[in-house]
Write a protein that binds this ligand. Sequence first.
Ligand SMILES: Nc1ncnc2c1ncn2[C@@H]1O[C@H](COP(=O)(O)OP(=O)(O)OP(=O)(O)O)[C@@H](O)[C@H]1O
Ligand SMILES: [Mg+2]
Ligand SMILES: [Zn+2]
Length: 294
Amino acid sequence: MGELVSVAEVLGKQQTRGNMTGSTSSEFVYDTEKAPEECLHCQKQLRWRRYVIGNMRVGLYLEPCMCEGAVLERQEKAAEEERRLREEENQRKMRRIEDLFRQSRLGRRFRERTFDNFKVMPHNRKAFETALEYAQSFTQHREKGEGLFITGGAGTGKTHLAAAIANFLLRGLTPVVFADITRLLSSLKATFTEESTNSEQQLIDELCRVELLVIDDLGKEKPSQWVEEKLYTIVNARYEDYKPIIITSNYSLEDIEARLENSGEAIVSRLMEMCKGLKMNGPDYRKGGAKRKT
Ligand SMILES: Nc1ncnc2c1ncn2[C@@H]1O[C@H](COP(=O)(O)OP(=O)(O)OP(=O)(O)O)[C@@H](O)[C@H]1O
Ligand SMILES: [Mg+2]
Ligand SMILES: [Zn+2]
């Protein structure tokens, strides 16, 4: 069957041969030097063609046979090629999702917290719907730099909903960083150690640039001047760039402001402008879970 020959190769050969004949159309000429080949389906003699571009003759293709068998074979090949491309595209997408999950710092435990396995009850329905809407309409929220401030008692599902949003977006190829506040601060501190390959600035840049930053458990950190500075840098950079933040906390924004002595006001006033408040009510789900098991 016909082989595809590169333009350069053909042009090279053309110079040494140079005897094209039998122009039948303005688009291609038959090459009479190369012996015709028989169609495997109907045994018709098929001639070789060269394509004419301007006054160059390029490519070398066996003329396609129009018999039923040959047409079917071409259709099957095209379908197979399309399947292969789709499969490749899927695999590329899966690899990209895996990379995004790895970069997201979302721990394994949190990858299982999704909207699907969040039990919707009367006391959390509103929060669930707000979080789901946020994830589904992320593009619009992102455009306006809108985030969420999810507050409420222990075990009410704050982290679950924030992780559900992160999982939803990561699967849709939106880069998210999900960082527990204490882990986030300790990885910033770790950049000062000798073994560290990342600089503090690199990590801060990553936190400032990512499409969505989730800070889990704000208020759990031990306040200090250094902590305040880092928090302010991240919140302010995202504020100025209209980049959304989702925060979960046991505290209200007023409490956070009071905890952070120096930059509390500056941080909280930005968060107030950026984030829609979401109050989680209800009992501690962890305790309910323990009860169910016994
Ligand atoms: N409505 C719910 N449906 C299913 N699982 C839930 C629900 N609410 C909470 N959980 C589960 O209960 C546990 C505690 O929830 P979560 O971590 O979201 O609480 P939290 O509000 O972040 O608490 P904390 O303030 O202690 O951080 C998790 O395992 C979570 O998946
Ligand atoms: Mg939590
Ligand atoms: Zn044929």
